[in-house]
Design a protein around this ligand. Structure first.
Ligand code: SF4
Length: 337
């Protein structure tokens, strides 16, 4: 099936929202997997009489709402694709099109039954693309004799929903279940979930119709790498502390607090502002021994192999200065939620 048919791009709703808000210039943000729909979405916007401008910048989450770009382009509406609302306050009217997947999941969930046969109490979680099918999945599991829980910690838009740096819904039920069934494509969110709940995660991938398990060993591999990174950072003399410029990644107060603590621990520090944090940024300032990334916590975890020097999260920096124990970091769900 082409990607075009996989996701609901809500074309009618775009038209209705543009006319309801009387928008004349619309900035459209698309996640990487939907960038190829640029031409099609531009056509839909143009039909309403508004001027479409598609952001070609990468967009990995609703933390990256293109407010600055919209302001500089005089756009009066942002259409943000692929994520649900994250920021509480938006300077420019924003319409979220969550790009729900239009897939039948019963086949892959049936397939997952043999992988979850040893557990009777299961947690259910997913990303925003599949929140609409959680009730259906729950029914299948209940029919198979399982007790099913779906967490709602109140931080996400939907019960059971997780994003790359927030697994609070799953954590809120973690102590009451033996394992999780996770409906999602790719390993990115699944690894984050396993790290956060530290319980077995059975992944039912509705795109590939594939079932696999992320278990203790996978989590230990990540934890071993993080432990090694923290030890390396402890030996560092100088630290660059990155402050994200994306609206949902700006944590200046946290960066200032960590900077002060590192200075008190005898380290030299320097604050750096960044939009896209990646290994190339670090290559340019290679005179610094170690880096604290206060922006997106997943970059340090998932891209660690691409960084030549230790890149740690804010919580890991707290371990470096002795403010947080390694055990508390592990049991806190890693992302602090
Ligand atoms: S901070 Fe990172 S993990 Fe969290 S929503 Fe943004 S891009 Fe995703």
């Amino acid at each position: 099936m082409s990607r075009l048919k996989l996701f609901d791009l809500e074309e009618e709703r775009i038209k209705q929202e543009i006319s309801r808000l009387g928008a004349k210039r619309v900035l459209v943000q698309l996640p990487q997997g939907l960038k190829n729909e640029s031409l099609r979405i531009a056509k839909i916007v143009r039909k309403t009489g508004a001027l479409p401008i598609i952001s070609a910048d990468p967009c990995y989450g609703a933390c990256d709402l293109a407010i600055d770009a919209a302001e500089s382009l005089d756009a009066d509406l942002i259409i943000h694709y692929g994520h649900s609302r994250l920021l509480k306050y938006e300077k420019i009217p924003t319409v979220y099109i969550e790009a729900r997947a239009m897939l039948n999941v019963s086949e892959v969930v049936d397939k997952a039954l043999s992988s979850i046969k040893d557990w009777s109490r299961l947690g259910l979680a997913t990303t925003v693309q599949h929140v609409q099918i959680l009730d259906e999945v729950k029914e299948i599991l209940v029919r198979a004799g399982k007790t099913v829980m779906i967490g709602d910690a109140g931080r996400m838009c939907y019960p059971g929903q997780v994003i790359g740096c927030d697994y609070s819904n799953a954590r809120s039920i973690s102590k009451d279940v033996e394992a999780f069934l996770f409906i999602c494509g790719g390993r990115f969110h699944a690894l984050g979930l396993a790290l956060s709940v530290q319980k077995p995660v059975v992944v039912a991938d509705p795109y590939e119709k594939r079932v696999y398990i992320i278990d203790e060993n996978d989590v230990h591999k990540i934890l071993n790498k993080r432990w090694a990174c923290i030890q390396e950072a402890k030996a560092a003399k100088s630290f660059a502390i990155f402050v994200g410029l994306k609206p949902g990644q700006k944590r200046l107060e946290e960066a200032l607090e960590i900077s002060k603590k590192l200075e008190n621990a005898g380290k030299e520090t320097c604050l750096l502002a960044v939009r896209e944090f990646n290994p190339d940024v670090i290559m340019e300032i290679s005179s610094i021994d170690s880096y604290v990334n206060t922006a997106c916590p997943r970059i340090s975890l998932d891209d660690s192999i691409r960084f030549k020097k230790p890149v740690i999260t804010t919580n890991e920096a707290r371990v470096v200065v002795g403010d947080l124990s390694w055990e508390d970091l592990c049991s806190s769900g890693w992302f602090g939620n």
